[in-house]
Design a protein around this ligand. Sequence first.
Ligand SMILES: [Zn+2]
Ligand SMILES: [Zn+2]
Length: 345
Amino acid sequence: MKAVRLVQPGTPLALFDLPIPALGPDDVLVQVHAAGICHSDVHYRAGRSPVYPLPLTLGHEVAGVVEKTGAQVRRIKPGDRVVLHYLVTCGSCSYCASGNEQFCAQGKMLGHHTDGGFAEYIAVPERNALVLPDEVPFEGGATLMCASATALHALRKGRIRGGDTLAVIGVGGLGLSAVQLGRALGAREVYAVDTHPAKRALAAQYGAVPVDPAEGDPVDQIRRQTGGRGVDVSLELIGLPLTMRQALRSVAPMGRAVVVGLSDQALEIDTYRELLGPEAELIGSNDHLLHELPLLLDYARRGVLDLSQVVSRTIPLEAGAINATLDELEHFSAGVRTVVVPQVG
Ligand SMILES: [Zn+2]
Ligand SMILES: [Zn+2]
């Protein structure tokens, strides 16, 4: 089979001809129909986030059709349309048993620590495969497994409830999902903060109140629009100390500020005024969990989460096309979401 792999960090991905992966008794073999190209893949190729063992097939946002199942597999059948949870874990440690498998010491991420979806076939444990509803196309389903899933986890970490108000700071792929999922989970008002007019307009299309930082401190604007109170939950999706602090400063008393954006810079806060005085909570959120995905798939099936704007381009399973997309993402010139669609036949 064809597979596009990272051989050495800092060099372009390369096309390999590999055997179709062998199946363990609990595994399913999936013929890949769509694999999303994520901004993380840029960091993997560049070596900013180490990929091992090398060479390794990248691609962690995967959808396809089950080709074959191992002897112990019962739930999933050949022919099922599936999407894959990208974290492969032991399934039996205390973290796995309590549904918090992202802390499993043996966790391996598809396309990061174990072969991913830039290939014609991929083998994963049965529990990593979720049936993709017929209403959701493969391309949209694949991208659900990363950004949308992470947005849902962040909202759950913020313990959002019906009637809450929500601020989403940074309206990229994650933020656009967060706006829609926040409303689906009952947020009565969502404020979407972004410096790009097109992103604010898109958020507004999904029912958010756009906030333009060029018109003054977004925290002041959010406070003004909430009668001085602030929001119940805020999400920081950019990864800057400035916006993390804005997330914290924009919450109401007993509000929850959830930090999702990655940064290697320290965050300074006024602990009395911003944290303990208002009994605010500053919450870290990382990745997402397997048990959250059925809800996400159901939102997508019912169109509550609209995927029509998510995927803007498909490319074949070719090293040149994938590298070119990663080059674009490296320079932030791609306002588009690209999905690899191997030729199926
Ligand atoms: Zn991703
Ligand atoms: Zn485990």
